[in-house]
Ligand binder design. Structure first.
Ligand SMILES: [Zn+2]
Ligand SMILES: [Zn+2]
Length: 262
């Protein structure tokens, strides 16, 4: 079926917290039919969807953002026909190869061939900030976030409608100026990890609190953009949610799974 320009599209938040406990999982967005942005909570998908995941964009090298990749490739290895493509900054790819899938911690799937087709199980694809790539009909533009390791956020566009996911970030005024200039952005998912009284921890680890988010939101013009807070640390969830509710701009916290329309 032909999709009309400006027709809404949806993605699924599979994991949305900045840590894990019995009911919370870390960052993981699923875009039909087979693209993940971060891989913190993949195994809530049904088996046929798991086997169909072909592409993962990893925003940075912190554990909570790639956690399920080693298990996903292990799970699907004997049944998949195509490589799992991992898109990330060079520094992120280097960290995954050097510290995780290096034979010591987990098999080096980048050098193992799939039994069904002989393709490499994992295919690492370096991406660069501000260079747009096309995956499964999505136009994806990475941009630099403000975090302790090299980190990208992504702008994802389909049918002339876009969403932004900042991944882990502290203040990033340039992003909000960009959103002002880009009329087709309808949804923003932004990291708000800690309550404002932990501002020194937040600025040392380069995450937002509700008050630093508000400093950035003051840049945002009065437009119809839905702002969602993600990556809330489970230990401070109640406090962060209460603070967000008092902000002058509406910010919707996400805890757990959610389908979001763009
Ligand atoms: Zn991080
Ligand atoms: Zn994180």
């Amino acid at each position: 079926m032909l999709q009309k320009k400006s027709e809404k599209w949806a993605f699924e938040v599979l994991g949305s917290s900045g840590g894990r406990d019995g009911s919370r999982s870390t960052m993981c967005l699923y875009l039909p039919e087979g693209l993940l942005i971060d891989a913190g909570n993949v195994f809530v998908l049904p088996e046929e969807k798991l086997l169909n995941i072909q592409h993962v964009i990893v925003t940075h090298s912190h554990l909570d953002h790639f956690l399920d990749i080693p298990f996903l490739i292990d799970f699907s290895f004997s049944r998949r026909e195509h490589s799992l493509n991992i898109y990330a900054l060079n520094q992120t790819i280097e960290a995954l190869r050097q510290y995780i899938m290096n034979w010591d911690v987990w098999p080096e799937f980048g050098s193992i061939r799939l039994s069904l087709t002989g393709e490499f199980a994992i295919n690492y694809i370096p991406i660069e900030p501000y260079r747009t790539i096309n995956i499964l009909g999505y136009e994806i533009t990475p941009f630099l976030s403000n975090h302790t390791v090299p980190t990208i956020g992504v702008i994802i566009r389909k049918n002339g409608r876009s969403m932004v996911y900042t991944s882990d970030t502290h203040r990033n005024p340039e992003l909000w100026h960009f959103i002002n200039r880009t009329n087709d952005i309808h949804v923003v998912l932004v990291d708000v990890s800690f309550p404002s009284y932990l501002s020194s921890l937040a600025s040392a680890s380069l995450h937002h609190t509700p008050s630093t988010l508000m400093e950035d939101l003051n840049i945002l013009e009065d437009r119809d953009v839905k702002i969602y807070a993600v990556h809330i640390k489970p230990a401070f969830e109640e406090e962060v949610i209460m603070e967000l509710a008092k902000l002058p701009r509406k910010v919707i916290p996400i805890v757990g799974r959610k389908t979001i329309w763009v």
